[in-house]
Design a protein around this ligand. Sequence first.
Ligand code: ZN
Length: 189
Amino acid sequence: MILPVLKYGHPALRQRGSRIEKITPEIARLIADMFETMYAARGVGLAAQQVGHAVQLTVIDVSEITDRPSTLHLDGQPADVRGFMPLALINPEVKAVADPTAAPEGCLSFPEIYAEILRPDSVQVVALNAEGERIEFQCGGLLARAVQHEVDHLHGILFIDRMSREKKQELKVELEDLRLATKAELSKE
Ligand code: ZN
């Protein structure tokens, strides 16, 4: 089922996700719905907060993106990124293993708003997968950026929080318009 993606200004986006202790049928259903929603919206990642669930769960798939490379290492060995997709990450923990670089980012909760964001170019990730099994990998490029963007969501952090002051100022009107439109929509419910 395709779920509505909550937009900036919705309070659910600022909620910290609680840890998932067990892959219940409800969680399995949510994972499937989140994949369907992400693909329908042509996104590369979606966090549970964006569909109104404050839990530590995100789905990612960078396999259709060819103009922005991703790297993957499993057990220290280079591995095939496409073969590792799609990815559901539960209770993910991320550690930076490279210096920050700037690259453009968007977010399904911020339609048509893009900005360069500084993030470590490579990260080490430990999480549970959709089956509840522990997975560990190191990734770089777009995949590393997507993982960090989504893990931020799980803690109620949005990419506007990581924008430069100048960029945020430049986008001030658009951001305020979006926030007010979301509030107006919420007050109708
Ligand atoms: Zn996002």
